[in-house]
Ligand binder design. Structure first.
Ligand SMILES: *[C@@H]1O[C@H](CO)[C@@H](O)[C@H](O)[C@H]1NC(C)=O
Ligand SMILES: *[C@@H]1O[C@H](CO)[C@@H](O)[C@H](O)[C@H]1NC(C)=O
Ligand SMILES: *[C@@H]1O[C@H](CO)[C@@H](O)[C@H](O)[C@H]1NC(C)=O
Ligand SMILES: *[C@@H]1O[C@H](CO)[C@@H](O)[C@H](O)[C@H]1NC(C)=O
Ligand SMILES: *[C@@H]1O[C@H](CO)[C@@H](O)[C@H](O)[C@H]1NC(C)=O
Length: 171
């Protein structure tokens, strides 16, 4: 009897492991444009980044931005638009670092990912070379997704940034 139950449990757990074996790898570039006339991220709360005489890190603590950032296939903003990253990020550290709380949806418009999205909630210490952020769920082909993003800044122009995303998703 006990052996039978054990075999059943082993079979069930093997079955669920086999079902979850699908791994997707997706790469794209995110364009965070906060300056100029075509900005895609706007500050909605907190102090301005350039109050003279104040430490920009501690004075921007509490600032909140809303983004609708383009996701493209190469670092050029002119390359194929694969989707958009929409959501909020907040300056969440008052210590000597720019650390953001990211609460974002990544929505895709290309090929088999068209109409699907995944959600990211995580810590983004933007001065670190590689930032890891967890994927906490998704819709469409990404329904019930788990995974992680590895984000690396590709280029910076004042506050505007192009960020490369390497995304691994377990379905
Ligand atoms: C902003 O976008 C418009 C329309 O796409 C374009 O004509 C204009 O050159 C852009 N301006 C800048 C500063 O990139
Ligand atoms: C910095 O401050 C100046 C003067 O207050 C303002 O004109 C400018 O738009 C500000 N720049 C940014 C990026 O907030
Ligand atoms: C994007 O295209 C516009 C107009 O076609 C061009 O002026 C601009 O230099 C291009 N930008 C990049 C980064 O290739
Ligand atoms: C994505 O889906 C929308 C709505 O179903 C459709 O209009 C659009 O043509 C699709 N785009 C691509 C690239 O397949
Ligand atoms: C993804 O990671 C690989 C290996 O580190 C790297 O060559 C590639 O540029 C990364 N892609 C992006 C979009 O940053």
């Amino acid at each position: 009897m006990h052996i039978f139950i054990l075999i059943t449990i082993l079979f069930v757990s093997n079955f669920s492991v086999a079902k979850k074996a699908k791994i997707l790898h997706v790469e794209f570039y995110l364009h965070d444009i906060v300056g100029g006339s075509n900005r895609s991220a706007v500050q909605v709360a907190g102090q301005s980044s350039n109050v003279t005489g104040l430490n920009p890190i501690t004075s921007m603590f509490g600032s909140v931005f809303v983004m609708d950032n383009a996701l493209t296939s190469t670092p050029s903003l002119n390359s194929t638009l694969v989707g958009r990253a929409q959501g909020l990020y907040a300056m969440a550290s008052q210590h000597n670092e720019f650390s953001l709380l990211m609460t974002l949806t990544f929505h895709f418009i290309q090929e088999s990912y068209n109409g699907s999205s995944f959600s990211v909630v995580g810590r983004n210490p933007v001065m670190s070379e590689i930032r890891e952020m967890p994927i906490v769920g998704g819709t469409g082909v990404f329904r019930m997704a788990r995974g992680y993003c590895l984000a690396k800044t590709y280029s910076m122009d004042q506050m505007d940034a192009v960020v490369g995303y390497n995304v691994t998703i377990f379905l």
